[in-house]
Every structure is written in structure tokens, then in C-alpha cells.
Design a binder for this molecule. Structure first.
Ligand SMILES: Cc1cc2nc3c(=O)[nH]c(=O)nc-3n(C[C@H](O)[C@H](O)[C@H](O)COP(=O)(O)OP(=O)(O)OC[C@H]3O[C@@H](n4cnc5c(N)ncnc54)[C@H](O)[C@@H]3O)c2cc1C
Length: 457
């Protein structure tokens, strides 16, 4: 087995969407680039995105409108969006054979509905630009001298059989033949857990946040950065599921409700409200509208109790819905109550609603009193859920917090303290609602960092 040694213009740490885009972009500009990934293949989280369909971006072409959907601090993104915006993302993927379609809320997906096809384009990009991909290679720290990173420290990795070279300018990890390597290959039998170092002119840190840690995003780089003097905005789960006290939600696990409205209350005052899709999960509720309110709910919980109110029929105001229920009750007057709600509710929800209504399921519909019907009406319009808290990083789609925006140059993503260190993707203190915005943050910041390759390094 051959033992390769090489130096690099650019080392990209983390093979997620940001890392792959940054590495390919720098290599396309002529840099000799290595992409270092601790998993056995890049893009593990990318494959989970959009429930396996990957919502690549949001077809909001106007940068101001795009940024307004995020938050005030997202103004930081202007230069990067200018450099590589939504149209550029679509062109990048379309040009490489990935057809895309736009769905509700301007969400863009591959026509194939397969996140794997998005990953394939990125892997081809790495191959086409000649990026070397190192897998099973966790970076465990960065060493700094003065205002520069002098090396990345690596644990383990696949070690070649011909001994190893500890020269700081060289790397003795075994390459998997660039991006075209066979990632499914088993690691070589000889594997030593030793520390090695890798030297490059420039380092782009794309190691992500802390959400879905099973995919490799475990946030350790934030700790080294703090030691190197960077300010880290405390990471917290964002776009996460909400835990509720009501036990009946468990019976509805995986039930998706389209076109519902959820309102958030504290001290009986409405604090937030969204219309769209929600989904019950074990112990709680999720779906895009809940995920998008979760950050707000987290803030409210710091001040006191929070409750949700679920409107199952937002298109029908009380009187209209009451008329609709009465009509169904007339049609089903001799049926049992539990068999009278088929036209109004998904099957899975009927036993729960029947139980909550307090009306005996076997009662004949024609025996239901006006008061009982009114109670049922209120359940349809204001199904109450008491919030117990938020699910943590395990279930959070993104991480809020990360490297402080104040310490990053928004045009190049370069650290303001360390001249050859750059950032891209979720590691940066930027996060967005659902809808493809988070991946666009990755594409734009990664392109900016990758383009900032400077041959003087
Ligand atoms: C279930 C789910 C669904 C989502 N769906 C969407 C969606 O449809 N649309 C959207 O816009 N966003 C979506 N997101 C968010 C999106 O996936 C993230 O914003 C995006 O993956 C962040 O990319 P990244 O490259 O910055 O980091 P990551 O994707 O987290 O990649 C970081 C990589 O770095 C590697 N790494 C970390 N530390 C080290 C180290 N020390 N050494 C070597 N390698 C390291 C990790 O193994 C990982 O491969 C979703 C997230 C989840 C969890």
C-alpha cells in the first residue's frame, strides 16, 4: 500500500454541504485542496434533509426579502448572497444535471425527490475539481502561531502500511483516491489511533453545529475556537420539536396535519401563530410550523408557562364549522358518535377527539346535546397543548449560535483575528426558518470562503 505525503493550499474541515461546496470552489480556482471528514463518507446529514428529499434552497430571488425572512443579524449574509445567491445555487445544480422544482412556500427540491442526487452532484464536483477527500479522519484541534493556523491536528485516520511521517508539512494519512474514491470500501485492517498533523495555507472550518450529533455534527470545533480566542455565541437547538404534557399525542405519533393553525400563548396573551403543516411525534409535536416557532417558544419558556392552541379547521370560523358539524350530525343521526366524524377528521385523530369530548363513543348522535356539540366545536378550534419544554440537539434541525458574526469578514468569511482561517455553514452564528434557507446559507458562505483562495498562501 502506498503512503502518500502532500501539502495543501487549502484544508477544508467537515464534509457537509458547506465543506463540499467550499472545497470544490477553492479547487476550481486552482488550489490544491483537501477535504477532511470524520465519518466514513461526506454528507451524512445532507441525506436526511427535507425528509430525504432535500429542500436545497428557497426560490426567493430578492436578497433583501430572503434576508428579511431570517433575522436582523442576517444582514451579514448580503455580500455572500450577492456573490452566490439563490439563482447561482439553482444554476450550479441544474447545470450538473439535477433538475429542480418549486413547491409550497417557494421550497426548492430535486425533481427526483432524492437527497442522494444532491449529494451525488457535490461528490462529482469534488472529483471534477480534483479535491482530495480524507474520510474517517477527525480533526481534534488547530494550532496557532501569531495570527496564523500552522497545522490541524488529526486523530487516527487511515494509516498507510509504510510507517508514518511526522513532518509538520506532510500528511501520512491514506487518501481514498480523491472524491472519486470508493467510500463504501472497508477501512484497511491496520488502523492506529495516533495524532497526525496536516499543514495547509488556508483552513476553512465547516464542521457544522451540534444538531443531530449522530451525523457527525458534534460541535467540538467551537471549543477549540474559543481557546484560539474567538467568541462563541452559546449554541442552542433551533427548529426543534416541542414537548407537550398531553399523553394522547403518543397515540397520534407520525400523524401529519396539513393546513392547521397553531397559536402560542403565555399568560393568556397570543405570542405567535403559524398556519401550515404540523406533525405529532412521541411526546410532542413538530412539523414546519412548530419548528419555525420553536426558538420563540424557547425564549417564552424562560419567562413562564406556555400553551399551544391547535385549530384543526382554520378555514372555517366557529359559526360555519358549527353548521358543518350539525349537518354531519343530521346525516349520521342514528349512528354512534364515534362513527360520525369521518368527514371532518383523519381516522387516527377520531378516537382521541371522541375521548377528549367526554361524550360516550357509543352514544347515538341524535342524543348529543347542544352544549356537548359546542364543547366539541371548541376542541376543533382550540385543541389545547401544554408545553413541557423543547427537544434538544438530538431532534433539532439546526443549531442557533456559533462563531460570532462580529469576528468574521462577511465578504470572505475570514476570521478577523486569524488570517488564514475561514468559516462556512452552520458553524457560523446564523440560522433560518424551514424552507431551504439553511442550506442556502451553506452554499453562499461556502462559495465566499472557497473563492477567497489566495495564491499568496
Ligand atoms: C433532519 C434534518 C433535515 C434538514 N432539512 C433541511 C432542508 O430540507 N433544507 C435546509 O435548508 N436545511 C435542512 N436542514 C439543515 C441543514 O442540514 C444544515 O443546515 C446543514 O447540513 C449544515 O451544513 P454544514 O455543512 O454547515 O454542516 P453539517 O451538515 O453538520 O456537516 C458538518 C460535517 O463536518 C464533519 N465534522 C464535524 N466535526 C469534525 C471534525 N472535528 N473533524 C472532521 N470532520 C468533522 C461532520 O461529520 C459533518 O459531516 C436539516 C437538518 C436536519 C438535521
Amino acid at each position: 500500500m502506498e503512503n502518500k505525503s502532500e501539502t495543501f493550499d487549502v484544508a477544508v474541515i467537515g464534509g457537509g454541504p458547506a465543506g463540499m461546496m467550499a472545497a470544490g470552489t477553492a479547487a476550481a480556482k486552482g488550489a490544491n485542496v483537501v477535504l477532511i471528514e470524520k465519518n466514513n463518507k461526506p454528507g451524512r446529514k445532507l441525506l436526511l434533509t427535507g425528509k430525504g428529499r432535500c429542500n436545497i434552497t428557497n426560490a426567493e430571488y430578492d436578497p433583501s426579502a430572503f434576508i428579511e425572512t431570517l433575522s436582523k443579524k442576517a444582514k451579514f449574509l448580503y455580500p455572500a448572497l450577492h456573490l452566490f445567491g439563490v439563482r447561482d445555487t439553482l444554476e450550479f445544480f441544474n447545470k450538473r444535471g439535477l433538475e429542480t422544482k418549486v413547491e409550497r412556500g417557494k421550497r426548492v427540491f430535486p425533481v427526483s425527490d432524492r437527497a442522494g442526487d444532491v449529494l451525488r452532484v457535490l461528490l462529482d464536483f469534488l472529483k471534477e475539481t480534483g479535491v482530495k477527500v480524507l474520510v474517517n479522519t477527525p480533526v481534534i484541534g488547530l494550532e496557532k502561531e501569531g495570527r496564523s493556523i500552522v497545522k490541524a491536528i488529526i486523530a487516527g485516520g487511515e494509516i498507510g502500511t509504510g510507517g508514518h511521517d511526522t513532518s509538520p508539512n506532510q500528511i501520512n494519512q491514506k487518501f481514498f483516491g480523491g472524491a472519486g474514491g470508493d467510500f463504501s470500501k472497508k477501512p484497511p485492517a491496520r488502523r492506529r489511533q495516533e495524532k497526525n498533523s496536516l499543514v495547509a495555507g488556508k483552513y476553512i472550518l465547516c464542521s457544522g453545529g451540534l444538531s443531530y450529533p449522530g451525523t457527525g455534527s458534534t460541535g467540538e470545533a467551537l471549543r477549540w475556537l474559543e481557546r484560539l480566542g474567538h467568541s462563541i455565541i452559546t449554541p442552542v437547538p433551533a427548529l426543534t420539536l416541542v414537548k407537550v404534557a398531553e399523553k394522547w399525542v403518543d397515540e397520534l405519533k407520525d400523524l401529519t396535519l396539513k393546513n392547521v393553525r397553531i397559536s402560542v400563548y403565555q399568560n393568556n396573551k397570543k405570542q405567535d401563530e403559524r398556519f401550515g403543516e404540523a406533525q405529532f411525534v412521541q411526546g410532542g409535536i413538530g412539523g414546519p410550523i412548530v419548528l419555525d416557532m420553536s426558538k420563540n417558544i424557547g425564549e417564552l419558556l424562560k419567562k413562564g408557562a406556555v400553551r399551544l392552541s391547535l385549530d384543526l379547521k382554520p378555514a372555517l370560523e366557529y359559526r360555519k364549522l358549527d353548521a358543518r358539524i350539525q349537518r354531519d350530525f343530521r346525516d349520521y343521526s342514528n349512528k354512534m358518535f364515534s362513527n360520525s366524524l369521518d368527514k371532518l377528521l383523519p381516522q387516527k385523530l377520531i378516537p382521541v377527539m371522541v375521548n377528549l369530548s367526554g361524550i360516550e363513543p357509543a352514544r347515538k348522535v341524535n342524543s348529543i346535546t347542544k352544549e356537548e356539540r359546542k364543547n366539541l366545536l371548541h376542541l376543533f378550534k382550540e385543541l389545547p397543548l401544554r408545553v413541557r419544554g423543547l427537544f434538544g440537539f438530538e431532534k433539532a434541525l439546526v443549531t442557533a449560535g456559533g462563531v460570532s458574526l462580529k469576528e468574521i469578514d462577511p465578504r470572505t468569511m475570514r476570521s478577523k483575528f486569524i488570517d488564514n482561517l475561514y468559516f462556512a455553514g452552520e458553524i457560523i452564528d446564523l440560522d433560518a426558518p424551514t424552507g431551504g434557507y439553511n442550506l442556502q446559507i451553506c452554499w453562499s458562505t461556502a462559495f465566499a470562503a472557497g473563492s477567497a483562495f489566495d495564491s499568496r498562501f
